[in-house]
Design a protein around this ligand. Structure first.
Ligand code: SF4
Ligand code: SF4
Length: 368
């Protein structure tokens, strides 16, 4: 039997199912609650009052999701491990055959949980790392003792050999520890990436933006990472080789082959674009999916201008950001605020690559 690397398999399946109405990837929020209070979090405090789906309802939803051909299931939140019944939900999903990823802050990992994940392995657990020192970590999470719990949880996942990756949300208050985090990950032999994307609160709060790096800082950080440079080179070649129309936006697949089941049981394009939510309770998932696709087509149409943009291969603007539900009470135009940040960042990246290519060209001419 031929063996395929997971990312090769994923790329092949994505290209074979593109535009074929198959929702391949589901982000699932078992809860929006979290034990941390991160300063940049887009989930409003009031979300802890959001109705919590009973376990049975979640299991029935997992049946529906599996029946429509979905393969990847990403448990996100809030903090999924906060639910006491998470092991039951997880095992049910495992037995359904999903390829499972868990997004977690790792602070609630117990020996029992780690043991279960050893027997029933996820594809991987993506652990957020907010800093490498207690001071920085807890300046982000605002919870005393959380750094110790994070280290304990991470240690348990590592000692149980659970496939892991570390992701650092890069902020004004932890950027000085980026190099340290990368070194730490290397020592642990765990894949590492950082992400500077910050979103407004779902309630329209602008507070997260006050922790967002300036476009110049984002690009400066990226250009120090060989992996990031490779990522952009790859992205450019992959995107250029595909049909132009298909990839106005970045490739997370929101509304195209990915969707989110929100903690209240509604379906949306992604965790950010909660509009329009179609309730899945009693409804057919396929119908909700088709409805969602129509809306995502309208958003693509509305953003046609980006199609002619020469630097869009450097741009992270995504369907989720474009479809962000603007809370009525919010004064600022949040979608525009996100878009102009993305435009500026993309322009700086393009300049960097242009300058780099010019140097290479000049060097080659000299050699000739
Ligand atoms: S760990 Fe994640 S969900 Fe929890 S507060 Fe921090 S960013 Fe929000
Ligand atoms: S850089 Fe701006 S105009 Fe160009 S694709 Fe990105 S968001 Fe659209």
């Amino acid at each position: 039997m031929q063996e395929l690397l997971h990312n090769v398999f994923r790329a092949r399946l994505h290209s074979k199912t593109h535009n074929k109405d198959v929702p391949l990837k589901c982000f699932f929020e078992p809860t929006l609650k979290c034990n941390l209070k991160c300063v940049h979090c887009y989930i409003p405090k009031s979300a802890s009052k959001t109705a919590r789906m009973p376990k049975n309802k979640i299991l029935r939803l997992l049946d529906k999701i599996a029946s429509c051909g979905c393969l990847w299931l990403i448990f996100t939140g809030g903090e999924p491990f906060l639910r006491k019944d998470f092991p039951d939900i997880y095992l049910y999903a495992k037995k359904k055959g999903f390829l499972i990823v868990i997004f977690s802050n790792a602070t609630l990992v117990t020996p029992q949980l780690a043991k279960m994940l050893t027997v029933w392995r996820p594809l991987f657990v993506e652990v957020s790392i907010y800093g490498c020192t207690r001071k920085t970590y807890e300046a982000v999470t605002k919870v005393a003792g959380s750094f110790e719990n994070f280290k304990k949880g991470l240690g348990l996942l590592i000692s149980h050999k659970i496939p892991l990756s570390l992701k650092m949300p890069l902020l004004t208050i932890n950027k000085h520890e980026l190099g340290m985090a990368r070194k730490w990950a290397k020592e642990l032999d765990v894949p590492f990436r950082f992400d500077a994307a910050i979103y407004p609160g779902l309630d329209g709060s602008l507070v997260p933006f006050s922790y967002r790096l300036k476009p110049k800082e984002v690009v400066n950080a990226e250009m120090q990472f060989k992996e990031k440079l490779e990522y952009f080179k790859n992205k450019i070649s992959v995107k250029k080789s595909r049909l132009e129309k298909e990839y106005i936006f970045d490739e997370c697949g929101a509304g195209q082959n990915a969707f989110c089941v929100c903690a209240d049981g509604s379906m949306s394009m992604c965790m950010l674009a909660r509009v329009p939510g179609s309730s899945l309770a009693g409804g057919r998932i396929k119908e909700a999916w088709l409805k969602l696709q129509k809306i995502s087509d309208t958003i693509l149409e509305d953003n046609k201008k980006c199609l002619n943009c020469k630097i869009r291969y450097f741009c992270d603007y995504c369907l989720g950001a474009a479809a962000f539900k603007q809370p009525q009470a919010s004064g600022a135009n949040l979608v525009e605020a996100m878009k102009s940040h993305y435009c500026e960042t993309a322009a700086l990246r393009a300049n960097y690559f242009r300058a780099k290519n010019n140097v290479i060209r000049r060097k080659n001419n000299q050699t000739v």
